[in-house]
Ligand binder design. Structure first.
Ligand code: SF4
Ligand code: SF4
Length: 438
């Protein structure tokens, strides 16, 4: 690796809990609850109603504009289209399907023998129809990322850093199904008309690095780039800087410096969509944490509840917290009936031993948060501004550039809830902007 990035931390990665667990197909549950919002953009409109029969892979929701359609992950009968709890913390309209366990495949799903004649526009249309979004958690529609980067992007980067502690689902994908990943990368390269791509992998995944290096060889057009193990190595801007040395300007997108970054699972989903005709209806999920008896990696039908995943792995005692994602960027879940969505890479269950909340959080002005912030921000000042509702200060401190990586919270000896405060502050800025516009 030629370059590095400022700040960051080196937490115990806790990946040993699940990294040996090969991906197992999770049995399709009796009922799946498929939210009509699993992406950044417009909510899908339901294309089915209560009583309708659906097939596996059938499109059940779509909309116009910035949107990615959603599909049935089982065959069966729609029993409701109604608001249900969502991992984002709100109630979201969802399609509830009772599984008939027939696994009747949608007749539209047909594998391709060749993709040589497909144009970029046709590939983008296939990726859109398959409902593919950023599966690392961002959930930005992949077809929009590709089409908005055409003519600007000279470098495709696959984000296989998986720097978030505890999570190993991408690591297992690289080790177990490298051909799906490589096939997906070649499709993405074809979309942009490029002859070269990079796969960025942290050095704490030696088996994955070795496997891909062996398959690709030393002079491949796809370059395996081992990266320093340092959180947040997998954040988009930090990854671009580590691999290319280019710096995305504040508020800018990767395409501004000629890069397009796709998560490893997203690339594999692109392969499934284009070669197999299969939409995004399943994804790899790590179920882990010190409260879990047997941490696992599963291939999970979208719409499966967290509760079922946790039950399958067993729980040692009452957990202190259940998160969607990992400990740094994950969101706490209070209702375990929430479903796995396209961006769910992990369910992390903390034990009582993991509780680290201070009774009297306070800033001791040590400055550590500034030393670790990879975005060169001033977390202590942003926190104070958010507490005071000082919208002007939040803006001038560039709060919106915060990537919510959690490095500042992790390192803060005062145990301040910095990231939560920044999420609230961002909402205040958005509300203030909307008010001004109105
Ligand atoms: S790390 Fe915490 S205690 Fe130290 S300056 Fe930042 S907010 Fe204050
Ligand atoms: S201020 Fe934001 S970007 Fe900086 S360390 Fe904290 S969470 Fe990460």
């Amino acid at each position: 690796m030629a370059f590095s990035f400022f700040g960051g931390i080196h937490p115990n990665d806790m990946k040993a809990l699940s990294r040996k667990a090969a991906i197992r197909p999770f049995p399709a549950p009796e009922v799946v609850v498929i939210p009509l919002s699993q992406h950044i953009g417009a909510l899908c409109k339901p294309l089915v109603k209560k009583g309708d029969k659906v097939t596996l892979g059938q499109k059940i929701g779509d909309s116009e504009g910035l949107c990615a359609p959603v599909h049935a992950s089982v065959s069966g009968t729609v029993t409701a289209v109604e608001p249900r709890p969502h991992v984002g913390g709100t109630m979201v309209p969802s399609v509830v399907i009772k599984n008939d366990f027939e696994e009747t495949l949608c007749p539209d799903i047909k594998p391709r023998e060749s993709i040589d004649d497909l144009t970029t526009e046709e590939l983008i249309a296939i990726i859109r129809e398959a409902g593919i979004v950023g599966m690392g958690g961002a959930m930005f529609p992949t077809h929009v990322k590709i089409s908005s980067g055409l003519g600007k992007v000279d470098t495709v980067i696959i984000n296989a850093a998986e720097c978030e502690p505890y999570i190993t689902s991408d690591d297992r994908l690289l080790r177990e199904e490298p051909q799906r990943l490589i096939g997906g990368i070649r499709i993405l390269m074809k979309c942009f008309g490029l002859k070269k791509a990079y796969i960025g992998i942290e050095k704490n995944k030696p088996e994955a690095i070795q496997k891909l290096s062996e398959i690709l060889g030393w002079n491949s057009d796809i370059i395996v780039e081992p990266l320093r193990t340092r959180y947040p190595q997998g954040a988009e801007k930090q990854l671009i800087q580590s691999i290319t040395g280019r710096q995305v300007p504040p508020g800018g997108l990767p395409a501004a410096v000629g890069c397009a970054v796709f998560n490893a699972a997203t690339a594999a989903a692109v392969y499934d969509a284009v070669w197999l005709g299969m939409p995004l209806v399943r994804r790899g999920v790590t179920v882990t944490g010190r409260a879990i008896v047997e941490p696992m990696n599963f291939l999970v039908p979208i719409g499966t509840s967290f509760e079922e995943l946790i039950d399958a792995c067993g729980m040692k005692d009452a957990p202190s917290k259940v998160l969607t994602g990992g400990p740094m960027m994950g969101i706490a879940q209070f209702d375990w009936s929430v479903s796995v969505i396209k961006g769910t890479n992990a369910v992390t269950v903390f034990s009582q031993e993991d509780l680290a909340d201070a009774k009297d959080p306070r800033c001791i002005r040590c400055g550590r948060c500034m030393e670790v912030c990879p975005m060169h921000l001033m977390p202590l000042k942003m926190y104070a501004a958010e507490r005071k509702n000082d919208i002007e200060a939040l803006d001038s401190l560039h709060l919106m550039d915060c990537i919510e990586c959690g490095c500042c919270s992790y390192t803060c000896p005062g145990k301040l809830h910095l990231v939560q405060s920044f999420r609230t502050g961002k909402q205040k800025l958005r509300d203030a902007a909307a008010k001004k516009k109105a």
